[in-house]
Design a binder for this molecule. Structure first.
Ligand code: SAM
Length: 280
């Protein structure tokens, strides 16, 4: 220990294919005094394959608060620490926020070692607009809460990016189809960089059919990307407004407000509203 504070490295690791680790990541992991890993067993396999035998400690959601003080102390004494997660870039839906914030507060240098990140890999290959996007992470697991959040995002013009797990992917697409127009483009990126990598881009309506036809083999990790609202036609606007209002107010109020907002006839809107209510 030198008396000069150490550095906290935020090191991205592969999301499936070990060859995606960078030379810089390997050098840092081999040279730091300590690696803080989300799961020591999981990362142990990777480190062993890379021939790295740096000391590893567990740093995860459940002990993050407790460990931060000690790790900052080590850094202040001159130790260098690398933070890694199970896969991809730490802090992106992974632990580390408290440590990084505390390091900044303590005046410790924080250095990112960039590399794999599922959402960026998926976006780059999605065929959807990449100039502006919104990352929403995981939506709630219950359908009603998920539809509510999707409804809140319905008028978002930037590309929407979500993480999803195997057992929820078809429910997610079903709810997206309930809220968004069936013509929206959607890309599902599954098992990126792994043997069963699949990137499927289609209109939401057709994609829902594809997901249902593949259900038995749709295992793995998913990133779902939904095209932002493009302005659409009036029919889409009526559908969208009606669906959002139906999650918040009674059918009668939703119909009246939609008619007022869009200037369309109450009767036609009422028919649609009854259909949506029946679908829920
Ligand atoms: N920090 C990670 C990153 O930078 O990619 C993300 C961690 S988050 C806890 C795990 C989620 O990321 C998975 O449920 C899945 O939605 C997505 N993900 C991770 N690896 C993936 C892969 N190889 N293919 C597709 N999605 C992946």
């Amino acid at each position: 220990m030198s008396g000069i504070p150490g550095t906290l490295f935020i090191v991205a690791t592969p999301i499936g294919n070990l060859e995606d680790i960078s030379q810089r990541a390997k050098d840092v992991l081999a040279s730091v005094d300590l690696i803080a890993a989300e799961d020591t067993r999981h990362s142990g396999v990777m480190l062993c394959r890379l021939g790295i035998n740096t000391k590893v400690i567990a740093y995860h959601d459940h002990n993050e608060r407790r460990l931060v003080g000690g790790l900052i102390n080590h850094l202040q004494k001159g130790l260098c620490i690398a933070l890694i997660s199970d896969a991809g870039t730490p802090l992106i839906n992974d632990p580390g926020y408290q440590l990084v914030a505390a390091a900044h507060t303590a005046g410790i240098k924080v250095v990112p070692i960039p590399g794999p990140c599922a959402l960026i890999a998926a976006l780059s290959a999605s065929g959807l607009a990449t100039d502006r996007f919104v990352f929403e992470g995981y939506l709630p697991s219950r359908s009603a809460a998920r539809r509510k959040r999707l409804s809140e995002l319905a008028s978002e013009t930037r590309t929407l990016i979500f993480f999803e797990a195997t057992h929820r992917i078809s429910g997610f697409i079903e709810d997206a189809l309930f809220v968004f127009d069936a013509n929206r483009m959607v890309t599902v990126a599954r098992e990126l960089t792994k043997v069963h990598e699949t990137i499927h881009r289609d209109r939401l309506g057709s994609l829902a059919t594809w997901i249902n036809s593949k259900q038995t083999c749709l295992k793995g990790e998913f990133v779902v990307l939904i095209q932002g609202e493009t302005g659409g036609n009036q029919h889409n606007d009526i559908q969208r407004i009606l669906k959002i209002l139906l999650t918040e107010v009674s059918l009668k109020v939703a119909v009246n407000l939609t008619a007022k907002i869009t200037g369309q006839k109450r009767n036609a809107i009422y028919k649609q509203a009854v259909e949506y209510k029946d679908e829920r």
